[in-house]
Design a protein around this ligand. Structure first.
Ligand SMILES: *[C@@H]1O[C@H](CO)[C@@H](O)[C@H](O)[C@H]1NC(C)=O
Ligand SMILES: *[C@@H]1O[C@H](CO)[C@@H](O)[C@H](O)[C@H]1NC(C)=O
Ligand SMILES: *[C@@H]1O[C@H](CO)[C@@H](O)[C@H](O)[C@H]1NC(C)=O
Ligand SMILES: CC(=O)N[C@H]1CO[C@H](CO)[C@@H](O)[C@@H]1O
Length: 457
């Protein structure tokens, strides 16, 4: 009896391990993982990291030519993977409630949602960094130190030659600390200080730009295209399909519910690396529609939709070039004091800056009616700003002068309309001369108060 029992037990364990292996090797991520927009994993834009999270492709980060020396780098980095914000936790909870009370479908995954899945998100999580988000920054730090060893090294760190600047949000402060932790681990140091400076005027410029706040952030009509897309034919189809999978009456399944399903699949995957039963609610074409909705919002709120979106980033733009200029000057007339600047902010920090500099600009704007024409759009946040997204400026001294190379998410990215992959610094400055000599924060962002008041009287 006993041996038979053990034998059966053994077979069961063996089979279940094999099955786990098989299902694991077949499906390691949701089929829609490429469409999660700003809620996507960094690994989706750099899939080789799934094999080795510390792997650096040295041919991608090599200097423009062998006789070039790196002088300074400025890295603008988005915080790592985070919990949903309070607003989104509420939306997730109401989707779950609706499914519990109204879904009458009998699919096994629906059974899992109703009986096994727990609503574990709480409102106090409020967008905080998760452990995976700390890892995003620890590992990024280790890779950047390996990519640019003369700029980020133990010596440079201990001599206080690396500046750390962050937004005041807890998820950003926790990210920059994790970044420093990554460096300490890499060099096995235990007694080094963790120093950083909070500067919202450059990392959260959008809060300080009055014209942006008044004409976009607090202006309901500024995002008209997003509202219109909610009642588009494409969104209607998505709602019908999901409602049908759940067997919930279509009229109860709002566009917000459809979006919450997409968020749940994205959060569960980014935070816990799990393929949640919620992912069964959406197929690839549903996810592409929701991705477009999310891109539309970023486009009109942070990108090319309104001129002030990108102009609000002028302080950061000037700060970056000020640092590069300082390093160039130091190099010429003595020793470079600071070798690297690490700046941690938000997706909302990176998108306006990228737009200001002319990246990912489509010929036609993204609108509620143009979903099908925008299938191959450049402005695709899933590719541009996943968690821990980073834009890195590296200044090199080469035999023919100073050169600049840009990297987005650790891959070289050419400046728009400059045909060299690492142009001369002078060429870059000429290219952006209008912005470098203008782009004045006060001029762009101040509102004419007195005038307004007078006309109201
Ligand atoms: C490194 O990048 C180059 C250029 O994109 C690519 O051809 C090569 O396959 C990459 N090497 C590895 C090991 O991933
Ligand atoms: C709000 O946005 C609309 C559409 O972009 C614009 O026409 C309007 O002037 C904006 N309102 C304010 C107060 O800026
Ligand atoms: C870049 O542009 C310059 C001048 O506009 C031209 O002479 C050169 O051939 C171009 N280089 C490449 C690689 O296209
Ligand atoms: C801005 C833009 O691309 N608008 C186009 C959206 O699609 C409609 C209909 O296909 C075109 O007429 C617009 O020109």
């Amino acid at each position: 009896m006993k041996t038979q029992y053990f034998f059966i037990n053994y077979i069961v364990v063996f089979l279940s391990i094999t099955m786990v292996r098989l299902s694991f090797s077949k499906l390691t991520k949701p089929t829609i993982a490429h469409y999660f927009g700003t809620k996507g994993r960094y690994e989706e834009v750099n899939p080789h990291l799934l094999n080795d999270i510390l792997f650096v492709n040295t041919s991608l980060v090599a200097p423009p030519s062998p006789n070039c020396n790196a002088v300074h780098m400025v890295s603008v980095i988005r915080h790592g993977t985070r919990y949903p914000t309070t607003k989104n936790v509420k939306k997730l909870a109401s989707l779950f409630d609706l499914v519990l009370s109204d879904a009458s479908g009998d699919a096994p995954w629906l059974n899992d949602i109703k009986n096994k899945w727990k609503m574990w998100y709480t409102e106090d999580m409020d967008g905080k960094l998760v452990e995976k988000g700390r890892d995003d920054h620890r590992h990024l730090a280790m890779r950047l130190a390996q990519s640019f060893p003369t700029l980020i090294s133990e010596d440079k760190l201990s001599a206080n030659r690396i500046d750390f600047i962050t937004s005041s949000k807890h998820r950003c402060i926790d990210s920059i600390k994790a970044f420093q932790e990554g460096l300490h681990r890499l060099w096995d140091v235990h007694d080094m200080d963790y120093k950083h400076y909070v500067d919202d005027s450059i990392m959260r410029f959008f809060d300080h730009c009055e014209r942006f706040v008044n004409s976009v952030e607090n202006n309901k009509t500024a995002l008209n295209e997003v509202h219109r897309f909610k009642s588009s034919r494409e969104m209607d189809t998505v709602r019908r399909k999901i409602a049908n999978r759940l067997q919930i009456p279509y009229d109860k399944f709002t566009p917000e519910m459809a979006e919450a399903s997409y968020f749940l699949c994205a959060y569960e995957f980014a935070i816990k690396s799990e393929i949640s039963p919620w992912c069964n609610l959406l197929d690839k074409s549903d996810a592409q529609v929701l991705e477009y909705k999310s891109d539309l919002k970023q486009y009109w709120k942070r990108g090319y939709g309104h001129d002030i979106n990108s102009k609000s980033s002028c302080p950061l733009f000037h700060d970056i070039f000020k640092r590069l200029n300082k390093a160039a000057y130091d190099y010429r007339y003595g020793e470079v004091v600071k070798t690297a600047t690490i700046q941690v902010g938000h997706g909302e920090t990176l998108l306006p800056l990228l737009s200001l500099m002319g990246f990912f600009k489509d010929e036609k704007s993204l609108t509620a009616d143009n979903y099908s024409q925008q299938h191959n759009r450049k402005f695709r946040t899933s590719q541009i700003v996943p968690y821990a997204a980073n834009l890195i400026f590296v200044l090199y001294e080469c035999s023919d002068g100073l050169r600049v190379q840009l990297f987005l998410n650790e891959k070289p990215i050419p400046f728009p309309n400059l045909n060299h992959s690492a142009p001369l610094y002078e060429t870059v400055k000429k290219h952006y001369s209008k912005l470098l000599h203008g782009c004045d924060f006060k001029k762009e962002c101040d509102m004419p108060h007195s005038k307004l008041r007078n006309t109201e009287l």
